[in-house]
Design a protein. Structure first.
Lengths: 380, 427
């Protein structure tokens, strides 16, 4: 059995909920069961006394808005909440009754009871708005018991300053209840109550705001930041190596800016996972680190045809090439290869290559839309 | 008058003496190659023009001059070598822009002349295709080279060009080029071209053709024999079994025949490595199989997914056997750390690997990176600093220095208190 006051509040809340669903609620549903009748009589009495003592009270309210960007799933989450920090319901007696008129007679009640009382139920609401470079998003709730909150998640938001704002509402549902009476064994006594929804209102209580800068660790909108981290590293690698070298650039979790880590250095004949192919290195970590951001590698300049058949050969080449074969391969190495395109296609990563002469770094990235190679662009 | 003559004579003699040592150093003092000996010309060309230890622009120009006489007599090999030398100066040296442009033009002139007099000179046509700026002309020239020499590197260039247009008819042409090149190539190149053809037919929507071709390639490779070898082996005869698995998982062969055969081979082989007593013999096999798994994980993603959408889970299952107490090693744990994607497990695998090989530079680097990505910056710094002690070269050391600096910087900025804004009030 719940405590008396909460027992009462519980029934009132149930009533209001039913009332909202349908104004023609069944009277029987509003009756108190015979088993609980005695308790109710006493409960109504105590409650009425308490209500009188407490008079009218207001609920305590908290509110806040938060905004955060999670690099991993690339999700911006705005959240706004209005919440209760105190009692959510109260009631008071509007009319005390000591006698009842029934069957043409006035009956004296055995004890004074509250014949008409008013119940108040605090409600909460919030309007949330999230706005930034990709547009504005809005969500709203009202008339919630206990508190109200709105989530505003945005997947893949654009970089820039985002602002979340919350308008916090508080409301009151007011219910009137009167007692019904019965006659039994020469006595009149209360048998139940009849309640009805009287009115409700909402008022804007406060506003809150939060802002964050989305600094996404993808090359989109951060080209300059990526270039400044990748290009010096690429140009640092020795230009004379007749084989490929690569490393993956990953983002360090940091909400305000980027810091990059270079991971999984691999070269054709060394490092973490040597490929044994002078024209290929393995992308260690590119697919296995959630925050991999870019792939850096060199395209070698071969200065002797024999270098092309080292290990398992340049893309399988096992007989020494002709003079113009070598010139042609070096010339092709100034650009991204077919394999580079395959790695980057449809992916959020950027790819950088250092050209064979060791003097230039180029960037490759995949743009939105389909995964066709025509959506990949090379930047000098 | 006599003073003038003496001056001229002195000048001529001086220039002869000055030029001689340079020519001798380059090995081009005399043209010792037989007429038409391409191989000999290539060696001399490399020494004079391309080898970073011996070559210079001046020596390359000397080489061109040395060939002048033979070229003047119409020897095609000499003319080609001259064109190659001019091409190198024009494309890959630090000569000034004017000199490079001039060299390139000279190379183009020679190559055009060679192709004009003999359109079947594939080397000259390839040279012309390399130097021309006109894309459509280049594509036509590459087609010409491929017709003359199907497995030339020109085939790859042409395939790449056709692929990037995204048109079905170009993809089919590219697939046919790859198939023809496969027919005449040998070794790894043969299988790589086969894989290219399969993929290109698929991309063009020619699935039946792709399947028929792939079936022929499987027969050529001997996939059934390799699988039978694996299924039939029992006991300690790992040599043949490993050989068969290596063949099926070869990075050139597996995409050509289908990665599923590699996965099947590994599924047969790995469980049989357990429960064997002679660890000293089994461990190197386990390490080699782990390497195979590592290289399999690096195969093109579409081939892996086509073989088994759960390929990573399958490889991780196999690696869990190889990292069991009886087979664990730095290699098996290290490969697990490379293939795993769940951060905690990845970290655990790398930590275990470095326990076995505390001075392994790539492992320490990867462990340091994983710590930093998981926000354990102190551990990361400690590990990077340790890795730095074992860096194989200055380049790797500098990369690590960057990582260390960026962590230090990140900690400094986070102490500065950058955070997302919140507002909280209780009325």
């Amino acid at each position: 059995m719940p405590k008396l006051e909460t027992w009462f509040a519980f029934h009132m809340r149930e009533f209001v909920l039913r009332h909202r669903r349908s104004f023609s609620a069944d009277n029987a549903q509003q009756r108190v069961s015979a088993m609980g009748r005695a308790s109710k009589r006493f409960g109504m009495f105590v409650t009425a006394i308490l209500a009188l003592l407490c008079s009218v009270q207001a609920s305590a309210v908290g509110y806040y808005t938060s905004l955060s960007y999670d690099v991993g799933p690339d999700e911006l989450i705005g959240y706004s909440e209005t919440f209760s920090t105190g009692n959510d319901s109260w009631e008071f007696c509007a009319e005390w009754v000591t006698q009842v008129e029934m069957y043409g007679q006035v009956w004296q009640l055995p004890y004074p009871i509250c014949g008409l009382w008013e119940a108040h139920f605090a409600t909460y609401g919030v309007d949330g708005e999230l706005s930034g470079p990709s547009g504005a998003y809005w969500n709203s709730v009202r008339n919630q018991y206990g508190g109200a909150s709105v989530h505003m998640p945005i997947v893949a938001p654009e970089s820039g300053i985002w602002t979340a704002s919350g308008s916090h509402w508080q409301g009151d549902d007011v219910v009137y209840c009167s007692v019904s009476y019965g006659y039994e064994e020469g006595m009149v006594f209360p048998t139940g109550e009849y309640c009805y929804y009287a009115y409700g209102y909402n008022y804007l209580m406060a506003a809150s705001q939060a802002a964050t800068t989305v600094v996404k660790c993808t090359v989109a909108n951060n080209v300059a930041v990526f270039d400044s981290a990748a290009v010096p590293k690429l140009l640092q690698w020795p230009a004379s190596e007749p084989f490929e070298r690569s490393v993956t650039m990953a983002c360090l979790p940091d909400e305000s800016t980027f810091t990059f880590q270079f991971i999984g250095e691999s070269s054709s004949f060394g490092g973490y996972a040597p490929s044994n192919d002078p024209c290929k290195s393995n992308w260690v970590g590119l697919g296995t680190y959630g925050n991999a951001a870019a792939a850096l590698h060199t395209h070698p300049k071969f200065t002797d045809p024999g270098q092309l058949v080292q290990g398992s050969g340049c893309r399988g080449l096992q007989t020494p090439p002709t003079t113009f074969d070598m010139i042609h391969i070096n010339s092709q190495n100034a650009d991204f290869s077919d394999l580079d395109y395959q790695v980057i296609n449809c992916k959020p990563w950027a790819m950088y290559v250092r050209t064979p002469n060791g003097d230039k770094a180029r960037r490759l990235r995949s743009y939105g839309g389909s995964c066709a190679f025509t959506n990949i662009q090379v930047h000098p | 008058m006599s003073v003038v003559r003496l001056t001229i004579l002195t000048g001529v003699l001086a220039s002869c003496f000055l030029a001689l040592p340079a020519a001798t150093q380059a090995g081009t003092d005399e043209l010792s190659c037989l007429v038409g000996d391409e191989s000999c010309y290539q060696q001399k060309y490399v020494v004079a023009c391309t080898d970073t230890r011996t070559a210079s622009i001046r020596r390359c120009e000397d080489w061109i001059r040395l060939l002048d006489e033979r070229a003047g007599r119409g020897e095609r090999a000499a003319r080609r070598s001259q064109a190659a030398a001019y091409s190198w100066i024009g494309l890959f040296t630090d000569a000034g822009p004017d000199e490079r442009a001039e060299s390139r033009n000279k190379a183009l002139a020679i190559l055009k002349e060679l192709v004009g007099s003999d359109a079947s000179d594939s080397e000259a046509v390839l040279g012309l295709a390399t130097l021309t700026d006109d894309i459509s002309e280049r594509v036509e020239l590459l087609r010409q080279v491929v017709r003359l020499r199907p497995n030339s590197p020109a085939a790859d260039s042409l395939i790449e060009h056709l692929k990037r247009t995204g048109l079905d008819r170009d993809l089919i042409e590219a697939a046919q080029i790859a198939e023809r090149a496969h027919a005449v190539a040998s070794g790894n190149l043969k299988w790589r071209l086969a894989a290219d053809a399969v993929q290109l037919y698929e991309e063009a929507g020619e699935t039946d053709q792709s399947k028929a071709f792939q079936q022929r390639v499987r027969f050529e490779v001997g996939v059934d024999v390799a699988l039978a070898n694996l299924s039939g082996f029992h006991g300690p005869e790992f040599g043949t079994a490993l050989e068969s698995a290596t063949k099926l998982c070869n990075p050139y062969i597996a995409p050509a025949v289908g990665v599923e055969y590699c996965l099947d081979g590994l599924r047969i082989l790995v469980p049989r490595l357990r429960g064997l007593e002679d660890r000293s013999r089994v461990q190197p096999i386990a390490d080699s199989v782990a390497d195979l798994i590592g290289s399999t994980a690096g195969l093109p993603l579409e081939t892996l997914v086509a073989a088994d959408p759960q390929w990573r889970g399958e490889l991780l299952k196999l690696l869990s056997v190889l990292t069991s107490r009886e087979l664990e090693s730095a290699r098996t744990w290290g490969i697990l750390g490379m293939v795993e994607t769940i951060p905690e497990r990845k970290l655990h695998a790398l930590e275990r690997a470095t326990k076995f090989a505390p001075e392994d530079f790539p492992l320490l680097w990867s462990l340091g990176a994983e710590y930093s990505l998981q926000g354990r910056l102190d551990d990361s710094l400690r590990t990077y600093r340790r890795a730095r002690q074992f860096a194989p070269d200055e380049t790797s050391r500098r990369m690590l220095d960057h990582n260390i600096e960026s962590i230090v910087e990140s900690r400094r900025s986070s102490r500065g208190g950058a955070s997302a804004g919140t507002g909280e009030t209780v009325r």
